[in-house]
Design a protein around this ligand. Structure first.
Ligand code: SAM
Length: 266
């Protein structure tokens, strides 16, 4: 289903998101507009102009983080990952995870997680005919709600490598949410060879890298390590975007697992 058929559904009143669609804006739809998408309303576009006034780099930033997301998905596919958990996903538009992956590999499973019910309802409509891809309404700060969601437990096999994507999300959380604590339960369940891709709006302060390193728990950064977004994306970016930080980190198998033995638990 595309944006125009989604709107058509709403106009006939059959979509649950109709009520909210025209009367309020949403972070995901503002983001869609900044990415160059068309699944947004006039209110979202006006809000996007306010965002751009406060941060003239907002559109470039959104696109650069999304480019990194696509890179991370391809990287993970190349390392055998076939299931993805996209946290704080926004709408599955503008080169979303399942499209990037689906172009390269069949039978990929993707779970999109967002805490905005309207975003999730719209995502579910867009994904109606897409097998193996679901959108789940949950707060990433509540990992039990994510992992115990019946759709997630049916689709995701935690004994297999999982790709976790946390792209352009953590800035939305206050320090009180302790981003490190948010990530810990996700990192904890990753089986060997799982990977986590992470971006943060950080600025050039080197302390941010150390903070990020701490958030990765026992995962090992690969490729450029914990590096400015510009190095990963490989294109010229404005300084204020280039210095955002990104990393991909892997759960390295323990010696027993590398020998094909089951890990020691407890
Ligand atoms: C910047 S947008 C989309 C970012 C997207 N990951 C990307 O790479 O383009 C951030 C999204 O995160 C969602 N979000 C914010 N806080 C969240 C939370 N605590 N749990 C789940 N989703 C959240 C918002 O509703 C929004 O759709």
């Amino acid at each position: 289903m595309d944006a125009s058929s989604l709107r058509a559904q709403e106009e006939t009143g059959s979509g649950q998101i109709l009520v909210a669609w025209h009367t309020r804006s949403s972070q995901a739809r503002i983001h869609d507009h900044l990415l160059g998408g068309s699944l947004n309303n006039a209110l979202d576009r006006t809000r996007a102009q306010h965002v751009l006034k406060a941060d003239p780099l907002a559109a470039e930033r959104a696109r650069a983080h999304r480019t990194f997301l696509a890179f991370a998905v391809r990287h993970m596919l190349a390392h055998g990952i076939r299931q993805f958990l996209d946290l704080g996903s926004g709408l599955p538009t503008c080169e979303p995870t399942h499209r990037v992956a689906g172009r390269l590999v069949r039978d990929v499973r993707v779970v999109y997680v967002d805490n905005d019910p309207g975003t999730v309802a719209a995502s579910q409509l867009l994904l109606t005919d897409v097998p193996g891809v679901i959108a789940v309404n949950a707060d990433v700060r509540d990992p039990d709600a994510v992992f115990q969601h019946p759709g997630v437990s049916a689709l995701v096999d935690l004994d297999q490598p999982l790709g976790v994507l946390v792209v352009d999300l953590l800035h939305a959380m206050s320090d009180l949410d302790h981003p490190a604590t948010v990530l810990t339960p996700y990192v904890a369940v990753l089986s060997p060879n799982s990977r986590l891709a992470l971006t943060v709006r950080a600025g050039a302060d080197p302390r941010h890298r150390e903070t990020l390193r701490g958030w990765l728990g026992g995962l090992h950064p690969v490729g450029h390590g914990i590096a400015p977004l510009g190095r990963w994306v490989g294109s010229v970016l404005a300084a204020g975007v280039e210095s955002d930080l990104a990393t991909i980190a892997v759960r390295v198998p323990g010696k027993r697992e590398a020998r094909g033995e089951a890990p020691v638990s407890g």
